[in-house]
Design a binder for this molecule. Structure first.
Ligand code: AP5
Length: 216
């Protein structure tokens, strides 16, 4: 499965729920890249400036990362891609990976959220430095400011969640990623869900889409 949608649409939030329900790995290219940056790997050092300015990492580099990740044992029975593909070239890379496995995608789920809501969500998003749990300063405020409800870890703001970078990420999304909507609609894989509703309602529709109950 693939989760598609603008930054802040709730892809990571929904993917974590679906991962737990189906027991398949949640492969977030953004998370892999952020781990590489935090770990100071050669790849992380190379892409740090690109990511912090809101642009995309080169297609072939991200394609190699995804191909390696999907080749691991835990992805044998399925996986959930969050943040990949993001360009038509990346969709071609994924199609090559899938045909080498003799498999196809089950669904491409697009979460629809408007630009103004994206800015509100991302400027208030906080991520736990210890366990990765997400919260929001307004929509899902922690009981103690700056402290994760789940594990007591420190809540941080992502460096690309500053307003000017959020706006750059949005324009990159509209230019480079939105063409995938028509691409996957033509393949009959697209399911569009209104992501601008309470989290539980979105999850209900995501589950219906996966089970084949909702069409675009
Ligand atoms: P990435 O990490 O993939 O960021 P993104 O796609 O911009 O998505 P986000 O993680 O910001 O948002 P999300 O949709 O997961 O929303 P979330 O659930 O967190 O990529 C980061 C960067 O890495 C890219 O800019 C690029 O540089 C690079 N990169 C990554 N993949 C790449 C690729 N394939 N090719 C090239 N470069 C790549 O929710 C957001 C907030 O809203 C949270 O606070 C959450 O609590 C809240 N929220 C969620 N759902 C709801 C709801 N229903 N109602 C109210 N609030 C909600």
């Amino acid at each position: 499965m693939v989760f598609l949608g603008p930054p802040g649409a709730g892809k990571g939030t929904q993917a974590a729920i679906i991962r737990d329900r189906y027991g398949i790995p949640h492969v977030s290219t953004g998370e892999i890249i952020r781990d590489a940056i935090a770990g100071g790997t050669p790849m992380g050092d190379k892409v740090r400036v690109v990511v912090e300015s809101g642009k995309l990492v080169p297609d072939e580099m991200i394609g190699d990362i995804v191909a390696e990740r999907l080749g691991r044992e835990d992805a044998r029975n399925g996986f959930l891609l969050d943040g990949f593909p993001r360009t038509i070239r990346q969709a071609e890379i994924l199609e090559n990976v899938m045909s080498a496995r003799n498999e196809g995608l089950t669904a491409v789920i697009k979460l629809d959220v408007g630009d103004d809501q994206v800015v509100l969500r991302l400027s208030g998003r906080r991520v736990c430095a210890a366990c990765g749990a997400l919260s929001h300063t307004e929509f899902s405020a922690p009981k103690r400011q700056g402290v994760c409800d789940a594990c007591g870890g420190r809540l941080e703001q992502r460096r690309d969640d500053r307003e000017e970078v959020i706006r750059r990420r949005l324009s990159v999304y509209h230019e480079q990623t939105e063409p995938l909507v028509a691409h996957y609609a033509a393949l009959g894989l697209l399911r569009v869900i209104d992501g601008d509703r309470p989290c539980g309602e979105v999850t209900r529709d995501v589950l219906a889409a996966i089970e084949g109950g909702a069409a675009a």
